[in-house]
Design a protein around this ligand. Sequence first.
Ligand code: CAA
Length: 290
Amino acid sequence: MASLRVLLRGFRGPLLAWAGCSAPRSFAAGANFEYIVTEKKGENGTVGLIRLNRPKVLNALCGGLIMELNQALDAFEDDPAVGAIVLTGGDKAFAAGADIKEMQNYTFQSCYYHNFLARWDHLTQVKKPVIAAVNGYALGGGCELAMMCDIIYAGEKAQFGQPEILLGTIPGSGGTQRLTRAVGKSLAMEMVLTGDRISAQDAKQAGLVSKVFPVETLVEEAIRCAEKIASNSKIVSAMAKESVNAAFEMTLAEGNKLEKKLFYSTFATEDRREGMTAFVEKRKANFRDQ
Ligand code: CAA
């Protein structure tokens, strides 16, 4: 993780200059970012909240925003008090996709040579569970970002879509892959080929989101779920997350083998001993992330 941060810092200057974005003002969570807002939530500050904050352009994802998002994720990942992260946007938009105005004059050469979008999926490297709380539009890169999270909660007016085809391009940050795995071939193909959006209710029915809430209570509910996750052992949660994610990469036999190894590994932790001892002693477990 440390080496990744060094790498990101190394790329920061030239990449931002190329992307036409000003540099983030700070790297610390809770500090004064330009394109996002971060806070710690939950009773004991166990939840890291990241809010995408470019409301005038419906949280269009410019290079600077992605850079700040990655910095905030790293800061929460390194914060021992934080056990889970919530990623949200505004009431009108989670994110309306990659910043089209920034992207408009890119060429194949610049995309290829500078690895455009290479840093967008840093979210998938985070060990702590991340919940997307989606109100409004989650389109293109916005839908892709939500799908990189571990759980998606949606507000009842949320809309999900991969409208890149209408711009003469295709999804570039996992849209054709993660959407297909989440909702199946026919619906994914329909969304990707027509650019049509689906509602929160349809997204839930298709398995893209796990719960739908009123717009006003969505973030609160996501924080509540994150708090519940954060009260468990961080090390064991990371193993559980690794194991579920392996289902997307491995055959059933390979996945079951990995799961078994991780299950055995939990027996090397103090938290596993504490969890089972607490059950037997009829008390609440006190996990210490060891
Ligand atoms: N990039 C840049 N600016 C955007 C934007 C985007 N993705 N989406 C919205 N905006 C801007 C608009 O240009 C507008 O700015 P101005 O006031 O300066 O004109 C402002 O946000 C408000 O947008 P609208 O006036 O269009 O709002 P609306 O309510 O009429 O429509 C919308 C909302 C349907 C989401 C519409 O804005 C829209 O279609 N946005 C583009 C969605 C899209 O195509 N996303 C995919 C991007 S490509 C991608 O993401 C590639 C990838 O896989 C990584």
